[in-house]
Write a protein that binds this ligand. Structure first.
Ligand code: HEM
Length: 128
């Protein structure tokens, strides 16, 4: 039998939507992250919802609509410093605490996301 995905364990599409909706208001309020994002955050939210769905083992929504994710490359135009990765992880941790009750599940999902976030780091230059 196929192991149950994080996506299924967290509660599927509704919970994923709630997670993304909890996350981006924190991102756009964060002093290190806000300057990177466009004023209209809705398209970013939609794409993130599709991406995290497949990243956590749900339907391949992002790939179906956008093609190969090549997510590190998509982040290269932005200065992703270690501090910004930490900020991103912090916002996601808070969002998960609001939306996902199971602490063990949260920890496992955060561990995976944190590795990915640090993998996206592409500069250590500047104060941020
Ligand atoms: C897009 C920042 C980590 C998934 C973006 C954009 C920025 C950004 C500035 C572009 C917004 C725009 O469209 O103008 C960051 C920073 C991170 C980070 C500072 C810290 C490490 C992550 C992680 C994931 C992720 C860990 C997923 C595991 C996405 C997705 C998009 C995106 C799916 C949309 C890509 C698209 O346009 O198709 N991010 N990101 N990001 N990010 Fe991140």
């Amino acid at each position: 039998a196929r192991p149950t995905s994080f996506y299924e364990q967290m509660g599927g599409a509704d919970t994923m939507k709630a997670l993304v909706e909890a996350f981006y208001p924190k991102v756009v309020e964060h002093p290190l992250l806000a300057p990177l994002f466009p004023e209209n955050i809705l398209p970013v939210m939609k794409k993130q919802e599709m991406f995290l769905t497949q990243y956590f083992g749900g339907p391949q929504l992002y790939t179906m609509q956008m093609g190969h994710p090549r997510m590190r490359a998509r982040h290269l135009p932005f200065a992703i410093t270690p501090k910004r990765a930490e900020a991103w992880i912090g916002c996601m941790q808070q969002a998960m605490e609001e939306v996902i009750e199971d602490e063990m599940l949260r920890q496992q999902m955060m561990e995976r996301l944190a590795m990915t976030a640090f993998f996206f780091v592409n500069t250590d230059e500047g104060e941020v």
